[in-house]
Structure formats: C-alpha cells, structure tokens
Ligand binder design. Structure first.
Ligand code: FRU
Length: 313
C-alpha cells in the first residue's frame, strides 16, 4: 500500500469515529458517554456530598464523563438546565429536583425524547423517567416519630420544622412522623416550613421560642434545620432540656452534632450518588434497570454513634 492510500485510509477512519459523535460526546473528550447532572442546590453540605459521591463513582469509569449544573435553589433555572442538557444531546440525565410539580414536565420531555433519566432523592409526579433512587422518607419520618415517642414516654410539647413542602421528602417526612405520634400525648404546638435551610429554621425557632415558654422536642426535617433551631435555643439560653432531632447524618454534620451533644438523634439519608452511577452504567450498556431503588437508613444517637448507628428495621 503506498503512502497516499494509507493516509487517505487514516483520514477516513478518523472521520468515521469523529464525525459520528454527538455534540455531547465531543464534550466528553474521549469518554464514550456524557451524563448531565442537574443538582437543585449546592448550598447545603448534603448536596455537595451527593455531587462528590457521583464524582467518586464516575472517576472509576473512564468511559463516562459527568457534566454538573447547579440550579442554586431556583426551580426555573433547574428547568432551563434540564432543557440545555437535552439540546446538548447528553446520553443520560441525573436530576435531583428542587420541587416535584414544576420539574415533572421538563424531565418527562427529556424522557420522551429518548434520554434515560435517573431521578435522585426528591421524587416527581407520575412515572415519566427511567429510575428513581432514594430512601423511604415516610419510613424515616415514622422512625423519628417512634423514637421521640419512646424517649419522651409519648408526652410533651413539640415543634416541627418542615422541609420545603413542595418537595416530596418534606411531605413524606411530615406524614410519616404524624402517623407515628398520632394518639400519643405529644402535642405539636408550632410548625413551619423552613425550606430545608438553616437560617430559615433558626428564624422560625426564634418565633416558636418567643411564643412558647416550654418546648420539649424539636423535630426538624434535616440536620441544618435541627442545628439552626438548636442555635436559636442556645442564644436564648433555652437549649437544655429540649431534644433536637434531625435527618441526614453526614459524618461531618449531623453525626458531629450528635457527638457534640447538640442533637439527640439523626437519621441517615444516603445521597444515592454511587447508586446513580452504577444504574447509569447499566442503562447505558443496555441492561434493564429497576423503576425504583430504595436506599436504607440508620439511626444515630450518643449511645450508638461509636458503633456506627443502627439500621432502621
Ligand atoms: C439538601 C436537603 C437535605 C435533605 C434533602 C431532601 O438540599 O435539604 O438536607 O435531606 O435535601 O431532599
């Protein structure tokens, strides 16, 4: 074969591989598949951890590249991010949506356009996505209620600081909890939507403290919320004698608060980042993936924290 033919053949092969690439796989720089990760917010440590878990799992697979977008707690921005990923032609989407209702349609459109979608942690309405991965929030809420009921003997004045009630974890952590305390002597004297945010929670707790002379228990839907409430109580010298209970149990956050004596209990809410990458690979390789993957939880208290907490039954 002479030089000219060889060069022509080489150019042809380069064009075959290069020209057949989708715009997304060009962005992937050598990766076979590009995954778009739409994160609703990176303002809370738990979501930073979720992205880190995704990145750590993805780093073990050179055939995938993950592109991240942070909606900064803005639903409209998250809608736009999902649309941008679709027009870039990503091979798969991972979405951790801020709110259920308004993000259902953009995800459904991506799914209908043939892009597999993994919905992570907060759920959507309906079933127009490939796989949902998350813990059972109703069960965690119920476990929190049962634990509080047991520790207080089923009596006391309670404050519930709720997560964003347009998101499914907020709704489920509330309903599960109320189911568990129903019929007990635990009385909810104050409840507010702190939207998952520590400063909001602190503000709401200040109102609760101003209105009620006695608060026995604070149940917050996440650890930033429980911590904000604790700081509000501490600032007015009323933190002693109150139980503060949260959810998330990150080692550097909720678990640390339990060790420091600020929280009486926290329940693990796994990020699902590693599971999302495992499932993404299955889908991309054409293997079947389950519609729903439910992750487990654990209870951490000062008594069991050195043993790694205990699994919810
Ligand atoms: C972070 C967070 C977590 C919570 C989860 C619920 O944004 O508020 O603290 O467990 O989202 O989706």
């Amino acid at each position: 074969m002479n030089r000219k033919i060889l060069l022509a053949l080489l150019a042809f092969i380069i064009c075959l591989t290069g020209c057949s690439r989708s715009p997304a796989s060009k962005a992937g720089a050598g990766a076979r598949w590009v995954i778009g990760m739409s994160q609703c917010n990176l303002g809370e440590p738990w979501r930073v951890q979720m992205n880190a878990d995704v990145a750590a799992a993805a780093a073990r697979h050179p055939e995938i590249k993950v592109i991240y977008k942070d909606a900064q707690n803005d639903t409209l921005r998250q809608r736009a991010h999902i649309e941008e990923f679709v027009s870039a032609g990503v091979n798969l989407l991972i979405v951790s949506p801020k709110e259920a209702q308004p993000l259902t349609e953009p995800v459904a459109r991506a799914y209908r356009a043939g892009i597999p979608v993994i919905v992570l942690d907060r759920a959507l309405v309906g079933e127009e996505y490939t796989t949902f991965i998350g813990a059972d929030n109703r069960r965690i809420g119920r476990a929190a209620g049962e634990w509080i009921r047991k520790v207080t003997g089923g009596k006391g004045k309670l404050v519930e600081l709720k997560g964003l009630m347009t998101s499914t974890p907020g709704q489920d952590r509330h309903s599960g909890f109320r189911e568990a305390i129903q019929g007990s002597g635990l009385e909810v004297i104050f409840e507010a939507d702190m939207k998952w945010l520590e400063p909001e929670s602190r503000k709401e707790m200040e109102s609760a403290l101003a209105r009620f002379a006695k608060i026995d228990v604070v149940y917050a839907h996440n650890d930033p919320g429980a911590h904000g409430a604790y700081l509000a109580a501490q600032a007015s010298g009323r933190h002693k004698g109150t139980l503060f209970v949260g959810i998330d149990a990150l080692p550097q956050e909720g678990q640390a608060y339990v060790r420091q004596g600020m929280l009486s209990a926290t329940f693990l809410y796994p990020t699902g980042g590693a599971e999302a990458i495992d499932t993404a690979l299955k889908i991309l390789q054409g293997q079947p993936a389950p519609k729903k993957i439910t992750l487990g939880s654990r209870l951490f208290t000062p008594e069991n924290i050195d043993k790694g907490g205990e699994a919810l039954q």
